[in-house]
Design a protein around this ligand. Structure first.
Ligand SMILES: [Zn+2]
Ligand SMILES: [Zn+2]
Length: 262
């Protein structure tokens, strides 16, 4: 069997070589030479993980930052699309919270330009607290918020009942966001997948790791820890969503935050 495999591979290689040769000799077709890589591979690799932010309208490098532009609209249905320009994305509440109530806000488009440090650095002191409003971006372009509700950094207790079936809701200006596990993303990408980035450039992962739930006890005061991940085989500090407060972020940013402007 092993020999058969080797023979098959050899034949396939030969076929590949022959067809490659025939392509190469066909001068009548003006095709770009696949062996000449015209892209800057260093830059391409640097941005590869950020390109997992599939909700972005633009992703590029600017100095020591990666710039990610989004319109913040969720790519999944929501009851908060009711009576909006995107009412085809309206879906009545079908989640599991018997106390769910629709808040008075509706989804609006909010164009954010995020700048994340391309090489995030862990600070040992002087860490900044996260603020109300966006503290990062999910891979679908939806803003990530911390564990508090406005205006006076209250616990999320009351807000949680207005989270839709995908765990998001809009604030007063209609900016839809997640404070806790984005259920649409974990359903589609898996519970261990990359969920987004906080403004300091460190990635956010789902609530499971190696098939087991990540609890707050595994994480430091900033709600993260450091080890190798699928996207960072050499290891990186990263945050996790967990099922208990503070859910996503604790005492602040592990690194120096970039900016989010609208
Ligand atoms: Zn909120
Ligand atoms: Zn982890």
């Amino acid at each position: 069997m092993k020999n058969l495999g080797i023979i098959t591979s050899t034949i396939l290689l030969m076929i590949g070589f022959i067809s490659f040769e025939s392509c190469k000799n066909d001068d009548s077709v003006a095709m770009p030479d696949p062996l000449v890589d015209t892209t800057d591979t260093t830059t391409a690799d640097e941005l590869a993980v950020y390109k997992k932010v599939y909700g972005a309208s633009d992703i590029y490098k600017e100095g020591n930052f990666v710039v990610i532009k989004v319109n913040s609209l969720p790519d999944h249905p929501s009851p908060y699309y009711k009576d909006t320009d995107w009412s085809d994305k309206f879906e009545g509440y079908n989640g599991t919270n018997p106390d769910f109530h629709l808040n008075p806000n509706r989804v609006t488009q909010t164009n954010y330009t995020y700048k994340f440090p391309l090489n995030p650095v862990e600070l040992s002191s002087g860490n900044q607290a996260t603020t109300l409003g966006t503290i990062g971006v999910a891979i679908n372009g939806v803003p990530l918020f911390n564990q508090y509700a406005g205006p006076n950094e209250q616990e999320l207790t009351n807000e949680i009942n207005s989270f839709d079936q995908y765990n998001g809701h809009p604030q007063q200006q209609g900016v839809y966001h997640y404070h806790i596990e984005p259920l649409y993303l974990t359903a589609n990408k898996g519970k261990e997948a990359l969920m987004g980035f906080l403004l300091d450039g460190f990635p956010v992962y789902g609530p499971e790791e190696n098939g087991a739930e990540v609890t707050n006890s595994y994480l430091d005061e900033f709600h993260g820890h450091k080890h190798a991940t699928a996207d960072y085989p050499n290891g990186i500090y990263h945050y996790h969503f967990t099922d208990a407060a503070p859910y996503l972020n604790g005492d602040g940013f592990k690194g120096t935050p970039g900016t989010a402007t609208r």
